[in-house]
Design a binder for this molecule. Structure first.
Ligand SMILES: [Zn+2]
Length: 456
């Protein structure tokens, strides 16, 4: 009895303290290494400069596959491989053109770009009168007037929302399913206000979805300034016509790859923790924040483990997913292969919210295990990081099919500026700050280190 009491009162807290000190030192070493290294940042620079426009199916996407494959081969990893998947093959063609033609205001060019998976207009373009609506209810009310017109969805992202991802979510259905709905009512084309949090001249693209058996029409994004101008002119001159031209087209699927590198676990090599980003990016930008930076952070976690001497107990993989933006084929292929091989996936993380200053690390699991994770809070405090519920990602969510109990680990950056870059030509390397990106990678590595060591 006395012995047990001694154990509980003195030894357990002592062991706990030694562990806490060790973890504190390990995590500090990880942040020190991350913040003094330029490697990941200069790799991102290379990726942005040499593979800009790497939407799936392009030679740029193939170059990004080869680059990250070589990058991981040069690291001290146990295995590096490419995992084949067939991807959609949509090409923008020539830069799009558009003109507002008004009897009152004359002719004005406005910045537009085709939405991903849209059909083109043909070389001569399409010209028609417009109907401006804010949402699907309004569209429904005006459906008798729609045949032969261009539908103009003009609902902005709600600036008053603090969570910009939720403001994005509040406006995104105009882009993803608005054009298909407009087509159903007889529109000849569709323009959607860019999902941007700023007033500027960048059109923001993104995928739009049509029923393959339904009617399809050319669909465009218009810059926020362009949308404001169009709306203002329409108010005083309802007879305005908009002329739109795009030569985009979908070609037959082509093979591409996820790129995977792993460090084998010392104790549980069959249990896998996946850290992902997506390698494809919209063709009009460099995909620096979305998601070249996220890919580099995933690789950086493995480098940080190696550089600071952490040997993980479980197998840790960095996965560059292909085709997140168009049809998410890479994420599906990765989960399908896991099922086929009978792999055991215990946790997954994806960095796909920009590589801005991290605010929190996230854990997506049941309340009991989340409560347990909160014991790590003190270890993150020196880095201004909280532990909050959440996580997941488009590419790793199919892994819940492999293991419904899979724990989502994550890192949440400050997202106030993210929707200035997202899916636009403004998403360039110059918009990435090295320290912010490295703080994110270190936060990811610290969380993976703790999860690997203690589990949940
Ligand atoms: Zn993304």
């Amino acid at each position: 009895m006395k012995k047990n009491l001694f154990f509980i009162l003195f030894l357990v807290p002592l062991v706990f303290q030694v562990h806490a000190q060790q973890d504190k030192a390990r995590i500090k070493a990880v942040f020190d290494e991350a913040l003094t290294s330029y490697e990941s940042y200069s790799n991102l620079k290379w990726l942005c400069e040499n593979t800009a426009g790497r939407i799936c199916g392009t030679p740029e996407a193939a170059a990004a596959v080869e680059y990250t494959y070589q990058l991981m081969l040069e690291m001290d990893l146990d295995t590096v491989w490419k995992q084949e998947c067939m991807v959609r093959n949509w090409k923008r063609g020539r830069p799009e053109l558009s003109k507002i033609v008004s009897g009152v205001y004359g002719t004005t060019e406005v910045p537009v770009c085709a939405l991903g998976l849209s059909i083109g207009t043909g070389e001569s373009g399409i010209s028609a009168r417009l109907i401006e609506v804010m949402d699907f209810k309004e569209l429904e009310k005006m459906k008798d007037d729609i045949p032969g017109r261009i539908v103009f969805f003009n609902r902005p992202m709600d600036q008053k929302r603090i969570a910009t991802f939720s403001a994005y979510g509040g406006a995104a259905n105009q882009r993803t399913s608005g054009p298909a709905l407009a087509a159903k009512y007889g529109a000849v084309a569709c323009v959607v206000r860019s999902l941007s949090s700023e007033s500027d001249d960048y059109p923001h693209t993104g995928v739009t979805r049509f029923d393959p058996d339904g009617r399809q029409i050319p669909a465009f994004a218009i810059s926020t300034n362009g949308a404001d101008l169009l709306s203002a002119q329409l108010k005083s001159d309802p007879d305005i016509r908009l002329w739109l031209m795009s030569t985009c087209q979908t070609y037959p699927d082509v093979p591409s790859y996820n790129v995977i590198g792993e460090i084998l676990g010392t104790e549980f090599p069959d249990e896998i923790i996946t850290i992902g980003g997506h390698l494809d990016a919209w063709d009009i930008g460099e995909g620096a924040h979305d998601d070249g930076g996220g890919c580099m952070q995933a690789i950086e976690v493995l480098r940080l483990f190696d550089a600071t001497g952490i040997r993980p107990k479980h197998t840790i993989r960095a996965v560059m997913f292909m085709d997140e933006e168009v049809a998410q084929r890479g994420g599906k292929a990765y989960a399908d292969a896991a099922i086929e091989k009978g792999e055991k996936h215990i946790a997954a993380m994806e960095s796909d919210r920009g590589v801005l200053t991290p605010r929190s690390v996230t854990i997506g699991t049941d309340p009991v295990r989340f409560e347990k994770a909160l014991q790590w809070e003190n270890l993150f405090k020196p880095y201004d990081l909280k532990i909050v519920k959440g996580g997941g990602g488009v590419d790793i969510s199919p892994l819940r099919k492999v293991n419904p109990d899979l724990v989502y680990l994550g890192m949440l950056p400050d997202a106030q500026r993210y929707f200035r870059f997202h899916h636009s030509a403004f998403d360039t390397f110059e918009q990435v700050d090295r320290r912010e990106m490295q703080m994110g990678a270190a936060a990811m590595a610290a969380l993976v280190y703790l999860y690997d060591k203690y589990g949940l």
